[in-house]
Design a protein around this ligand. Sequence first.
Ligand SMILES: Nc1nc2c(c(=O)[nH]1)N[C@H]1C(S)=C(S)[C@@H](COP(=O)(O)OP(=O)(O)OC[C@H]3O[C@@H](n4cnc5c(N)ncnc54)[C@H](O)[C@@H]3O)O[C@H]1N2
Ligand code: MOO
Length: 409
Amino acid sequence: MSASAPRVPLVEHRADVEALLAPLLRTERHRLEAGLVGRVAAAERRARVDVPSADNSQMDGFAVASTDCPAAGEEFALPVGAPIPAGAAPSALEAGTARPIMTGAPLPAGADLVIPIEEAVDGGFDAPRVTLRPLDVTPGRYVRARGSDCRAGDTVLRAGDELTPARIAQLASVGIGDVDLVEPVATVVLSTGSEVADPAGPLPAGDAYDANGPGLAAALTAAGADVLSTDRVPDDPDALLDLLAAYARSGAQLVVTSGGVSEGAYEVVKLAASRPGVDLTFCKVAMQPGGPQGLGTVTLDGHRLAWLAFPGNPVSALLSCELFARPALHAPARPRLRLPVRLEHPESSPPALEQYRRAYVLASGAVRLAGGPSSHLLGALATATALVVVPVGTDRLEDGDVLETILLT
Ligand SMILES: Nc1nc2c(c(=O)[nH]1)N[C@H]1C(S)=C(S)[C@@H](COP(=O)(O)OP(=O)(O)OC[C@H]3O[C@@H](n4cnc5c(N)ncnc54)[C@H](O)[C@@H]3O)O[C@H]1N2
Ligand code: MOO
C-alpha cells in the first residue's frame, strides 16, 4: 500500500477480523462443572424451575399464622406442633399452633409468617408450648416466596456471557446441567524480528527481549484461545514460511504474528505475503498505538490458517489483541465507563486517530494517565488498570475532560 493510503476506521478493521475468525469458532455442549469457569456461553439457557421451589423459611424459628399473633412486641403462647426440617413436605399448620421450622424448610399451608427462635421468651423447639414476643408480625416476614430469586423460564444465560462462579452456581440452582460454549481456537503465536531475543538467554547489544510472544500468548489465552506454541523467527521469509507450514500441519487454526508489517526494508510478514499460499492484506488503522495491521490466511500443505499480523511495538501488539482479537474470539466485553481525566497539564492527541492512553482508575472515580502515548512504553501498560479512549477529532486533552474508559481489571 502507498504511504498516503487512507486510514481504515477501527470499527471497520474490527469487523474484518471478526469475519476472518468467525468460521473458526465452534460450539460444543459441556456438562456444567467448576472447570468451565471463565469460559463463554454460545447459547441462551432458561431456568427449569422456580427458585426457591416453594415458599420457605428464611430463619430457624416458628411458622405461625399472622392471624394467631397479637400486635408486634406483645407476648403470647401457642402449643407447638411437629417440627419441619429442610427437605420435609409438611402437613398444614393447625390453627392456633406454632410449628418449629428450619431455614430453607417449606412453609406449611396456613402459615404466613416465621418468628425466629431469638424472639421466643419461654419454651423452644422441644417444648409442648412456646411463648413468643415477636418484634414484627407482618405477613411474609422471614418468608422467602417461591420464585423470588428466579422463575422457571427466566433467561439465566445469554450468548457471550462469561461463566463466573456466581453464574455457575445460579445455573446449577435452576436445574441446568449442561451449557453450550464457544470452543477455544487453536492458536500459535510468532514473534518476528532478527533483533528479538529469547528472554532466557543473553541480550546481544541493541537487541530486545521477546515481550510479544509471552504477552500475546497470555492475552490470547485470557481471551479464550488455546495457545499451542510461542516461537520467534528472524527477518527471513523462508524461515517464517517453514514455521507456518509446521503450524498448519499441527492442527492450528490461527497464527498471530507480531512485527514486520510497517514500511521498512526487512518487513518479514510483508515479504512473506507475496509467497504462494499466503493471502494477506495490510492497512493502517486510524488508531494509535496499533496503526499498521495485516490480516488474511495462509494455506500450506493443504492446511489453511487464519493470520492476524499485529505490529511489533509491544503496546501496539497487546492493544491489537485487546481491540481486535478479543471481540473476534468472543471473549467477554470489558466494562466501559465515561470517566473524567485528571491531568497536571493539557496533553495533545493526533486528531485523525483514535488514541488509546494507558491510565489508572483513582479512588475518586476519575482516571490519571500513566506514561506517554508511545507504543514502546510497556511498563506503563503493565501497571495500568484502564485504557482511556481519546476519540478521533480531539487534538487537546484538558483536566476534567470526560472520556470513554475501558476497565482492564
Ligand atoms: N516509515 C514508517 N515507519 C514506521 C511506521 C510507519 O507508518 N512508517 N509505523 C510505525 C508504527 S506505528 C509501528 S507500530 C511500527 C510497526 O512496525 P513493525 O510491525 O514492522 O514492527 P517491527 O519494526 O518489527 O518492530 C517495531 C518495534 O518493536 C520492537 N519489537 C518487535 N517485536 C518485539 C517483540 N517480540 N518483543 C519486544 N519488542 C519487539 C522492535 O524491536 C521495534 O523496536 O512501525 C513504526 N515505523
Ligand atoms: O501504531 Mo504504532 O503501534 O503507534 O507504534
